[in-house]
Design a binder for this molecule. Structure first.
Ligand code: SF4
Length: 383
């Protein structure tokens, strides 16, 4: 993998969606045009009050929610105002998330105009049965329309999100989805298993007895099928759920996974800058009201202590397939990882971790249970 350690990403949160997906627990809502406009004005104000023009960013990521659900005029306003504070041309990567049905000529023209270099498209599946279940529909015809448009606007760096792990879904279904994606020049794929998060429509349905996800063993088989399929198509797995052609890894997301500094703007967004964590007000009305009075909204700010920093660092870095660079760990924490986390030797003996050429990582056959391995490693400093 590219060994450049990028720092200083800027994340911008757009908490609006055209409709709510039944599995989603993100910070999002369906809103009127008037509320969206007030929110964008507040975002621009936040950027100005925080003087982001004095900062140097390597990456910008506009996520949500669904940023493409903004009317084009409003998206242009946001990009225009931000372009006065951030030099988009100097970024190593500028990503925006989009819903397939929002991708049209006007939208892509706007992205070109403001040097947006990467598009992350939430497809999830083409399977009719699953599309009905999750209430998200993208036909193959629609997908081809989008790909032709991307070609026309010279956007070749795009990522596709897919989902797996549904009840009654088969490996053949997943293969069909992947075959469709691989009929294009896709450069990056993120694949997530269905997780039944609390307080979602799906978790309520499950409590009422509906079967929505397949069993763990089937999910694990699907996951390993996906890894094999993508490898055969020359895709490198660089994170537990993320795959790309060489050089097309998400540089912005690697800032999170390498546990480097990033700034965020928007309601509910988290920034971590030099071990200071700041979470902005999550209530959209509070966020808008404060900023319309030229005040920064309340945010929770805390300085992360050493244990918390190590916890987050290990948690994030072990999600990458290359794992933890032990020199970088030592440089950052002035300590050897083996001294700080004595459990590592037990996990090495059990084959759940590997220490090779200065990297500590989870072997591929255990990626599927990566979280439980990380929790075991961090047991002594669980915070
Ligand atoms: S999955 Fe994406 S589009 Fe669906 S509700 Fe969540 S943020 Fe919105």
């Amino acid at each position: 993998m590219n060994n450049i350690l990028y720092n200083n990403g800027l994340y911008i949160h757009i908490p609006f969606c055209n409709k709510i997906c039944p599995y989603c627990d993100f910070h999002k809502m369906v809103a009127s045009d008037a509320l969206k406009e007030k929110y964008i004005n507040a975002l621009i104000k936040e950027a100005k009050i925080k003087n982001i023009s004095n900062l140097k960013f390597n990456t910008v990521y506009i996520g949500g929610g669904t940023p493409s659900s903004l009317a084009n005029q409003l998206l242009r306003k946001l990009l225009f105002e931000l372009s006065k504070m951030v030099n988009f041309k100097d970024l190593v990567e500028f990503t925006i998330e989009a819903n397939p049905s929002d991708i049209n000529e006007e939208f892509l023209q706007t992205l070109n105009e403001y040097n947006v270099s990467r598009l992350s498209i939430g497809i999830q599946t083409f399977n009719e049965h699953i599309s009905n279940l999750i209430n998200r529909h993208t036909s193959v015809f629609e997908f081809n329309r989008i790909i032709n448009l991307l070609d026309k606007y010279h956007i070749d760096n795009y990522s596709i999100d897919l989902m797996y792990g549904f009840f009654n879904q088969t490996i053949e279904d997943i293969k069909k989805d992947l075959d469709i994606i691989f009929s294009t020049k896709v450069k990056h794929i993120s694949i997530y298993s269905l997780i039944l998060e609390d307080k979602t429509i799906f978790s309520k349905l499950v409590k009422e007895g509906k079967e929505l996800s397949c069993d763990d063993e089937t999910q694990s088989l699907m996951y390993h099928f996906i890894i094999d399929y993508l490898r055969k198509h020359n895709f490198i797995q660089y994170e537990t759920s993320n795959f790309s052609l060489p050089g097309y890894e998400s540089k912005h997301n690697l800032i999170y996974w390498n546990y480097m500094s990033y700034y965020s703007l928007g309601s509910g967004a988290t920034s971590i800058i030099n071990n200071k964590e700041e979470i902005m007000a999550t209530k959209i009305n509070d966020y808008i009201t404060s900023l319309s009075n030229d005040q920064l909204p309340n945010s929770s700010i805390r300085i992360l202590n050493l244990d918390e920093q190590i916890f987050d660092y290990v948690m994030m870095n072990l999600r990458k397939c290359e794992g933890i660079n032990l020199d970088w760990f030592k440089q950052r924490f002035k300590n050897n990882l083996f001294d700080v986390l004595p459990k590592v030797n037990i996990l090495l003996n059990q084959g759940l971790l590997i220490n090779q050429v200065n990297y500590l990582f989870i072997p591929e056959k255990y990626f599927y249970v990566a979280n439980s391995i990380i929790v075991k490693l961090l047991e002594e400093i669980i915070i």
